[in-house]
Ligand binder design. Sequence first.
Ligand code: GUN
Length: 293
Amino acid sequence: MTARILDGKQIASEIRAEIARDVAALLEAGGPRPGLAAVLVGDNPASEVYVRNKQRACERAGIDSRLHRLDAAAGDARLLELIEQLNADPTVHGILVQLPLPRGFEERAVLDAVDPLKDVDAFSPENVGLLVQGRPRFLPCTPHGVIQLLHRCQIPVAGRHAVVVGRSEIVGKPMALLLAARDGTCGPEACNATVTLAHSRSENLAEIVRSADIVVAAVGRPQMIRGEMLKPGCTVIDVGINRVGDALVGDVHFEEAAQVAGAITPVPGGVGPLTIAMLLSNTLASARKAVNS
Ligand code: GUN
């Protein structure tokens, strides 16, 4: 069997076109142009690429994107001061602090300083709490992108067994919540899964993964999920982006997995573009809320 390739790039492009239409409609109705402030600290090359891609996507959708750069030596106080300025700026609807921060920064304190109403990454304790309670303000971008991908590719989720491998705050934990939710932006068929949250310390990981109808790999270990760990015909969503030599590979061994799975996302061109599309969606939602508040 050779798996169907789930084209995240194509789906993200459709979503971005929908957002561009909605931004135009908001402006037409006299609303504000949505504004995203990206904060980039230091000179991590991967972060430079991510932020550039996010900015380009904003511009194409009609969202005002402003980049704020700080030196790695700037220190927490300077970064917190910048966040306070952005919190107070009514033209900024979303604030994105690109992670990881250079060594020496208090990442948690910095993220906690972002106004929850502008926290388009959904990293603040208030927004995580609202998500856990099933009344999210913003949906976390990567997990929401995965749900959109499953929905738009017509992969059934409700009642199926989903195994999330990885328990990070950014992907694994919120992914499990969205898959298990009763309802969501894509309706009840795109959630209501039976969810197992597995991780690097799980015993019998291969057995657990082999029982999954949907596998979401987000462990950050290159090609850790092998073909023999998969149930024939399952859906494999690879969130990993690992640099191995000059190549980018996922957390799934793509060639092996594609022989067993029914559907699989490639790396790159799978989940990554959807993360960006959902960031734009949150920024638009925030601008709309600002009009109504
Ligand atoms: N670094 C890796 N992924 C992300 C993300 O989704 N948001 C931010 N702010 N930084 C990241």
